[in-house]
Design a protein around this ligand. Structure first.
Ligand code: CAP
Ligand code: MG
Length: 411
């Protein structure tokens, strides 16, 4: 049986013809062996030599291990290993983050980053609106967008939801959204909720306040576009998709469908199943890059080490993946959410900058004086951070912020 080596250490390939992946590998084997196991399984090999593999195929489609530095392995996959023309994330993920996670040769393996050649990037259209499009619709050119998540996450009636949204907008918020578990339940049918919320948004607009509420349309693949079209017809100004549970293809179908004329807020619930473990799974960074490719307009990237969700670090590359100019797409609005309250806003802005959407559920609904005051507290905290004024200073003239800082403290 002919021996095929996947090791090409020190010979990085032409980045324009290869998909380059960085894996963090934990193994008891020599690292070269573990790295080759990844390259073989994800390209032209399997656990044993095979009589049907020849050098014509291997040299063309075999993955190449071009670097091993400590526990970091670089594997480069020929662009021809991937579907042509269609722009297919499912097939990409099957190659770069498929069987390898189950390989016995590896105690742990985490896909930390991926970069794509132009030939693959060009197959995708990216966001239809992007960060700039959101800002244009909200008449908010520079300040961070500031939003809330209607809480409790389930249970409010359509009317109560609409009242919450109106109060949040009246308190100065630019965005609100359904929570990730709310779609179309008996206690809050999606049509009734969408119509009632649209009336609140229209009322706010008549008062000179521009606001979006993302209606969650996360449902089965063969129904999601139809549901989004209905929701849009009932007056939704933004839709939300839970990308991990619905799939990247669902976001792409909505973003590329000309009949969908509203931005897509992308939630990432369930991501923790594979982003949380620093030694096994998939980091958020590859997921962020894929969400931008398929057309998410706004994406949760965590709170940069500040809020309740663990895992995110101050600079894990996700901001750059949303806002960078290194790919041919509109920018994605990074959403910082999860355990956020006014006392954390300054630190988030310090770490993320101002081209960001900061949102709070409990940090608004938990305010002692109710939703409108909670919204005012968040809005005041964003204004203070934007102006470079310490929140404690700004709170001297802003009671709602002062009460929030008293209740939750500040970082
Ligand atoms: C935040 C939230 C969001 C999290 C998701 C929640 O509510 O609505 O889903 O932000 O985390 O359900 O926890 P709170 P991430 O503001 O009350 O925490 O953004 O990291 O995906
Ligand atoms: Mg939520």
């Amino acid at each position: 049986m002919e021996n095929f080596s996947y090791l090409h250490l020190g010979e990085p390939e032409d980045p324009d013809r290869y998909v380059v992946c960085k894996y963090r590998v934990t193994t008891d084997l020599p690292m070269e062996k573990a790295a080759e196991a990844i390259a073989a399984e994800q390209s032209t090999g399997t656990w044993t030599g095979i009589s049907t593999l020849d050098h014509t195929v291997f040299d063309h489609l075999g993955a190449r291990i071009t670097s091993i530095e400590g526990d970091m392995v670089t594997a480069e996959f020929p662009a021809d290993d991937f579907s042509i023309e269609v722009g297919s994330v499912p097939q990409i993920l099957s190659v770069i983050s498929g069987n390898l996670f189950g390989l016995g040769a590896l105690k742990g393996v985490r896909l930390e980053d991926v970069t794509f050649p132009k030939s693959i990037l060009e197959q995708f259209k990216g966001p239809k609106f992007g960060a700039a499009g959101l800002r244009e619709q909200l008449r908010r050119p520079e300040k961070p967008l500031v939003g809330t998540i209607v809480k409790p996450k389930i249970g409010l009636s359509p009317q109560k939801t609409a009242e919450y949204v109106y109060e949040a907008g009246a308190g100065g918020l630019t965005n609100s959204k359904d929570d990730e578990t709310l779609v179309d339940q008996t206690f809050c049918p999606i049509e009734d909720r969408t119509v009632a919320v649209a009336e609140s948004l229209d009322r706010l607009e008549s008062e000179g306040k521009y606001m979006m509420h993302a209606i969650n349309v996360s449902t089965r693949g063969d129904k999601i576009v139809e549901l989004a079209e209905k929701v849009q017809g009932w007056g939704a100004r933004e839709i939300m998709v839970d990308v991990i549970t619905c799939g990247f293809g669902a976001v792409q179908a909505l973003a590329e469908d000309p009949s969908i004329k509203v931005p897509i807020h992308v939630h990432r619930t369930m991501h923790g199943a594979f982003t949380k473990d620093p030694f096994h799974g998939v980091a958020m960074l590859p997921l962020t890059k894929l969400v931008r490719m398929v057309g998410g307009d706004a994406l949760h990237i965590g709170t940069l080490g500040v809020g309740k969700m663990t895992g995110a670090k101050a600079d894990d590359g996700n901001l750059q993946a949303c806002l960078g100019d290194d790919v041919p797409y509109r920018k994605v609005m990074p959403v910082c959410s999860g355990g956020v309250h006014p006392g954390l806003v300054a630190e988030i802005v310090k770490r993320a900058g101002t081209n960001v959407q900061i949102q709070a559920g409990g940090g608004v609904a938990g305010h002692p004086l109710g939703v409108r005051a909670g919204a005012m507290g968040m809005s005041q905290a964003v204004d203070a951070a934007f102006l470079g004024i310490p929140a404690s200073e700004y709170a001297k003239d802003h009671r709602e912020l002062a009460m929030a800082l008293d209740l939750w403290g500040s970082k």
